[in-house]
Design a protein around this ligand. Structure first.
Ligand code: PGA
Length: 254
């Protein structure tokens, strides 16, 4: 059994005063969530405060990006060891916003993922097609290529540390969630590829869905055989909404 993983991606939102207001509300709401991993990916400036607020809970802080080099003349960048120093257990790499707005290639993402593993941080590696690519019937092929190139530097013995996030670009921040069936089709394809690359370990890698996940849509998504979690942007900024997503088993529509 793969342990479900529900992750918030705050993106470029919130300031330090918001963090304790959020955690004071969120932590008690998810106190009963026992069999899931809960992760909050915050801006770098909030990680120290967030990790302090989360100390003593099972909720883990995450970075939203990392630079692959260990140190040096990379003005404005943050190294994996610095994320570890802030108490991060996970970091997102290859988010579609970074690929599209900052020109990040899958080869660069691969270097980031292996840099994180060297510091014992679990990478959440994002892949996903654009609407144009889906309409051209190329969704599976695009995801397959991104995944192969982005995981190219993962040592087999560390494969299980990796989390993959399938985030169709057309569903991010648009209010248009992929149907559970569309998402499952891609997740099953990703699963096959992970098993081909990593053998039995590929079967244990968790695959999250991301793209306009809401409390109302999470149950049916999580009910699919190859959907093991969610990466949540907009709805995660509201601690109440994100807590309902974490408690997805209670969200079944009557
Ligand atoms: P969204 O973002 O939930 O606002 O669509 C998801 C993501 O980009 O990780």
């Amino acid at each position: 059994m793969r342990r479900p993983i529900l992750a918030a991606n705050w993106k470029m939102n919130l300031t330090s005063a918001d963090v304790s207001a959020y955690t004071n509300r969120f932590i008690p709401l998810v106190a009963d969530a026992k069999d899931v991993d809960i992760v909050i990916a915050a801006p770098f400036t909030l990680l120290d405060r967030l990790a302090n607020e989360l100390a003593g809970t099972a909720i883990q802080a995450a970075g939203q990006n990392v630079h692959p080099e260990e140190s040096g003349a990379f003005t404005g960048e943050i190294a994996a060891a610095m994320l570890a120093d802030m108490g991060c257990a996970y970091a997102i790499v290859g988010h579609s916003e970074r690929r599209a707005l900052f020109g990040e290639s899958s080869a660069f993402v691969a270097k980031k993922a292996s840099a994180l593993l060297r510091c014992e941080i679990r990478p959440i590696v994002c892949v996903g097609e654009t609407l144009q690519q889906r309409d051209a019937g190329r969704a599976l092929e695009v995801v397959e290529t991104q995944l192969r190139e982005s995981l190219a530097e993962i040592p087999g013995e560390q494969a299980e540390q990796v989390v993959v996030a399938y985030e169709p670009v057309w569903a991010i921040g648009t209010g248009r969630t992929a149907t559970p069936e569309i998402a499952q089709e891609v997740h099953a394809h990703i699963r096959k590829q992970l098993s081909a690359q990593f053998g039995e370990a590929g079967n244990r890698i968790r695959i999250q869905y991301g793209g306009s996940v809401k409390p109302e849509t999470v149950y049916d998504l999580m009910n699919q055989p190859d959907i093991d979690g969610a990466l949540v942007g907009g709805a995660s900024l509201d601690p109440e909404a994100f807590s309902r997503i974490v408690l997805y088993q209670n969200q079944r529509n009557p």
